[in-house]
Design a protein around this ligand. Structure first.
Ligand SMILES: Nc1ncnc2c1ncn2[C@@H]1O[C@H](COP(=O)(O)OP(=O)(O)OP(=O)(O)O)[C@@H](O)[C@H]1O
Ligand SMILES: [Mg+2]
Length: 248
């Protein structure tokens, strides 16, 4: 992925939530964003995914040069996939319909193409036996997996995740994060906000440490976790819980 930001500012009222962020990232498939609560991680993710507009500055992600223009952003959002913390599944539709509706209505798949694609993904992500259930009849981990499957169903080049495991218990967290690791191996570009440091360490090609609206440190997992330079990153890492296990 290419991720170039030039003096990006996002202001809510008179508060600068993102403060002159500049980045020049190339050839990284998985970029994760870590940092303390309120630091601006979700805001940055929403700018990159076209769900919020920057106040000023320039953003390029792969070949997309983002514009603060609703028409442009609607088209851009069709080309990416995003998984929000709260799944955003359609509650009145079965698991399989949650996938096929988006493929048919937004991405112009025929009924058969949509069904074939849904079957393929539901099987791959161990959801096939749940295909006719409503979201309420699925566990948290299954719902989150379904949201991930739906986001990737139309083969977007970019997938964004905002704390994909934050609503889950430890076992389901591992299940969902391993699902994301599977995606990494499929070659799609991922931008992930996470507070699971062990996951960040194992899945990331590049990590941004964001605090108070600034990228305070950035680098490879090795640089970030094994030789943090700033006191603030050292303190942040010392306060995080021990790693859980993720399969490779
Ligand atoms: N729509 C909004 N209006 C006003 N302030 C906002 C809005 N959205 C976010 N903020 C503020 O911007 C700051 C950054 O929020 P953001 O959600 O990006 O943080 P975060 O790093 O994702 O935090 P967390 O880890 O708790 O999810 C916070 O102080 C938040 O209160
Ligand atoms: Mg957030």
């Amino acid at each position: 992925m290419i991720l170039k930001l030039n003096n990006v500012v996002k202001t809510f009222g008179d508060v600068n939530v993102l403060n002159n962020i500049s980045l020049d990232i190339k050839n990284k498939n998985v970029v994760t964003i870590i940092g303390p609560s309120g630091g601006g991680k979700s805001t940055l993710l929403y700018l990159l995914s076209g769900y919020k507009e920057s106040t000023s500055g320039d953003i390029q992600i792969n070949e997309h040069i983002l514009k603060n223009d609703e028409k442009f952003l609607i088209e851009y959002r069709k080309q990416i996939g995003i998984v929000f913390q709260s799944y955003n599944l359609f509650p009145h539709l079965t698991a399989i319909k949650n996938i096929t509706l988006v493929l048919e209505k937004v991405h112009n798949y025929s009924k058969k193409e949509a069904n074939d694609r849904a079957f393929e993904l539901l099987t791959q992500f161990q959801l096939y036996e749940h295909k006719d259930k409503l979201p309420i009849a699925l566990s948290g981990g299954q719902q989150q997996r379904l949201a991930i499957v739906r986001a990737m169903s139309y083969k977007p080049e970019l997938l964004f995740f905002d704390e994909p495991s934050s609503a889950l218990d430890p076992e389901l967290t591992v299940e969902v994060l391993n699902t994301i690791k599977t995606l990494k191996n499929s070659g799609v570009n991922l931008v992930v906000v996470t507070h699971e440091m062990c996951f960040a360490r194992s899945v990331s090609d590049y990590i941004l440490y964001l605090e108070e609206g600034k990228v305070v440190e950035q680098g490879s997992p090795l640089e970030i976790f094994d030789s943090p330079k700033t006191e603030s990153l050292k303190k942040f890492l010392s306060n995080t819980l021990e790693c859980r296990k993720f399969s490779d």
